[in-house]
Design a protein around this ligand. Structure first.
Ligand code: SF4
Length: 251
């Protein structure tokens, strides 16, 4: 896994683009929801550049959680709260062999399920959520994961972030843009939003990014935040977005 990280970070850094980028970092302040028509035009132009570069740096951006169907990604996403993807992947390797349908989770012995997911932390709450979610899938959707964000967010414990991850990565449905802690941070530094609430950040991003790019944009920003635009020490000197990033709040 460590190898994978360095590969990804390396792909997104150390390029000629990054070197050029450093010389031309913009000084402008961010504008998004409050931008004038002219500012919005400029902002969208900058976003097109950002999209282009992210596509080049992360051509196959997708969650690092292992899954082979929407239900597996849904369960893995619940387990990933306050836990690393690596640890979740270790747990789901055996979990997914045992539980193959929503009904399997719904009928599972709670204590047994808790033991199986214990390494991911908060296991009692997670087991409860998984079973509530599984029962809702069985009772309301015939055991299938629904294909709309409205239906997905009706499931217990499923918010827009989880719904967007599952719909986008496992079903190819562009329901919105994933806003996790990384996207939250990077979008603000890039000056694409001034909001702090994830739903409002998502709305700002959805205004700026064409719908056809929503899935990749969110997933690649997650990776960029994880490996380059890190919370404590962003690697601006190696970043492919440096010339189009106002670095809001970066010291
Ligand atoms: S703040 Fe983040 S996105 Fe902006 S240049 Fe630095 S590392 Fe890149």
């Amino acid at each position: 896994m460590a190898k994978k990280r360095s590969t990804r970070a390396g792909r997104a850094t150390g390029t000629k683009t990054a070197a050029r980028a450093q010389k031309r970092a913009p000084r402008q302040q961010p504008q998004a929801a409050t931008a004038s028509a002219e500012e919005l035009k400029e902002l969208k132009k900058r976003v097109r550049t950002i999209i282009r570069r992210l596509k080049k740096a992360y051509p196959d951006a997708r969650p690092e959680l292992r899954f082979s169907n929407p239900l597996e990604l849904l369960v893995a996403t619940v387990l990933s709260a306050q836990c690393t993807d690596e640890r979740v992947n270790r747990v789901t390797e055996s979990l997914f062999k045992k539980y193959r349908s929503a009904e399997d989770y719904a009928k599972a012995d709670r204590k047994q399920l808790e033991e199986e997911i214990k390494p991911t932390g908060f296991y009692r709450r997670k087991a409860e959520l998984i079973q509530q979610m599984a029962r809702a899938l069985v009772e309301q959707f015939g055991g299938e994961v629904p294909r709309t964000i409205e239906e997905m967010t009706r499931l217990p414990g499923v918010g827009r972030k989880t719904a967007n991850v599952v719909l986008g990565a496992a079903m190819g449905v562009a329901s919105g843009i994933v806003v996790d802690t990384h996207v939250h941070r990077v979008a603000r530094r890039l000056g694409l939003t001034r909001q702090k609430d994830p739903d409002k950040i998502e709305q700002d991003l959805m205004q700026l990014v064409p719908r056809s790019e929503w899935i990749h944009f969110g997933m690649s920003l997650v990776l960029h935040g994880r490996y380059v635009c890190t919370a404590r020490k962003p690697k601006c000197d190696q970043c492919i977005l440096s010339d189009v990033c106002p670095k809001v709040g970066v010291k």
